[in-house]
Design a protein around this ligand. Structure first.
Ligand code: HEM
Length: 413
């Protein structure tokens, strides 16, 4: 194992194994500046136990994954799970019994899944795919680098050593969800979520043994990916994207908006978020986002490094001759504001700063009407090519079946 001795590993495993029993009184300081006050009455469950999600992890997944990591079974498990990719495939045989039991339970859609809402989400993705895709890439993808907890976890975990591969794998969840019927028999989303839940549990076991992560982590106790952390990232996804789509005046029906939320509610459940924390409505999501996402944003050296790598990624810059790093910086600043752009250290292009501010909204309207005439209006043509290229960057691997193996080490560098 990397960066740890066996005693430390067992200690970390013990912390996690006992986490379900932790009570708030064990924390020397309150976990957040203002006490957790988001009402569980606004959740899918409709009620809750009032426990702050900063003090809750995922005991079911954590116990199983700690055991298989400590017994060295993960490489064999990864080999067995590599071909398990589609929702209707049975759980592979030959896995440890506890892991099989966990997966069988974790792959069940929640009882509250509403197929008509999921159909409306399909309709929304089909009609507004380019703008939703831009939202995943430039709202959520970039915002993640302004979430220090997440940036540090990513940077010091195994995937931090190969950022291009790591980003492709994480984007997989976005494009699996944008595919038609992602939770249906031929979709991939259930498998992707269950594997991600397993990876997150493994990271919770491994990262508390990384000296560089321990030196910078501000979690209390120092265990990453709490339920609160997942909610923070969740709000950087659907909540942020919906607010941007509305700001850009992307047309949508009430059913499409509710469908998009529902697809993400199901995703949260499959990622191990408890129903008492999953917002039932957009109003409730926006209120929760104020409490969890807004205070979690800020600069970090790890976030700046990841953001720079995101902008430097080969495919988008190589795919077109006109997209430059400062242009992508300008778009990020336009989408997320100058404070976030400053936090993550982006250089922008003065021309594109102005062009996005002036032309993006009219461009969205014209794009919807199909009135872009190449060559007639150079800026609008460039914006059309821009969103195609952005979609290419974030969505072109949609047909690829990328595996999501469970890591066995932290970032070795
Ligand atoms: C892994 C998605 C929340 C940290 C992954 C993977 C996906 C994913 C698809 C697998 C790809 C890979 O292995 O690289 C999500 C989604 C989230 C979420 C959709 C919330 C809605 C978080 C949070 C953190 C985090 C809150 C940290 C605070 C990580 C790390 C890995 C990972 C460290 C493993 C990287 C490695 O291989 O070393 N996540 N994640 N994730 N995630 Fe998340």
């Amino acid at each position: 194992m990397n960066n740890l001795n066996r005693r430390d590993a067992l200690k970390a495993g013990g912390v996690l194994a006992g986490i379900g029993a932790l009570s708030l009184s064990l924390f020397s300081a309150p976990p957040r500046a203002q006490a957790w006050s988001w009402p569980a009455s606004g959740s899918i469950a409709g009620s809750g136990n009032g426990v702050d999600p900063m003090t809750v992890w995922d005991p079911a997944a954590d116990q199983v994954m700690a055991a298989v990591l400590d017994s060295g079974q993960v490489p064999a498990i990864n080999a067995k799970l590599a071909n398990w990719t589609t929702n209707n495939q049975p759980t592979p045989t030959g896995l440890p019994a506890e892991l099989t039991a966990f997966i069988e339970q974790a792959r069940q859609l929640p009882s509250w899944t509403d197929q008509s809402k999921l159909a409306a989400a399909d309709d929304f993705n089909a009609k507004q795919g380019p703008f939703i895709g831009v939202g995943y890439g430039f709202a959520s993808g970039m915002l993640a680098t302004a979430i220090p907890h997440e940036s540090r976890a990513v940077y010091y975990s195994k995937g931090g050593a190969n950022m291009e591969d790591r980003i492709a794998k994480t984007a997989k969840l976005g494009y699996d969800l944008m595919a038609q019927q992602p939770f249906g028999p031929n979709g991939h989303m259930i498998v992707t979520c269950v594997k991600t839940r397993m990876v997150h549990a493994a990271v919770r076991h491994l990262l508390p043994t990384s000296a560089p992560w321990l030196a910078v982590a501000t979690e209390s106790p120092k265990i990453p990916i709490s339920q609160n952390d997942i909610l923070v990232t969740w709000h950087s996804l659907p909540t942020t994207i919906m607010s941007k789509l509305k700001a850009w005046k992307v047309p949508m029906t009430a059913a499409q908006s509710a469908g998009f939320l529902h697809a993400w509610q199901v995703t949260a459940h499959l990622l191990g978020v408890q129903d008492q924390y999953i917002p039932a409505t957009w109003d409730s999501a926006n209120a929760q986002s104020q409490q969890v996402l807004t205070p979690a944003l800020g600069p970090s050296k790890e976030g700046t490094a990841i953001a720079d790598q995101l902008l430097t990624l080969g495919p988008v810059l190589a795919a077109t001759s006109f997209i430059t790093k400062p242009m992508l910086g300008s778009f990020t600043k336009f989408v997320l504001g100058s404070q976030v752009a400053n936090w993550i250290g982006f250089q922008t292009d003065p021309f594109w700063d102005g062009a996005f501010a002036t032309f993006w909204e009219p461009f969205v309207g014209l794009y919807e009407l199909g009135e872009i005439v190449p060559g007639v209006n150079a800026i609008f043509f460039t914006l059309t090519e821009f969103i195609k290229a952005a979609a290419l960057l974030y969505l072109n691997n949609g047909d690829l079946v990328l595996d999501i193996p469970v890591p066995t080490t932290n970032n070795p560098s």
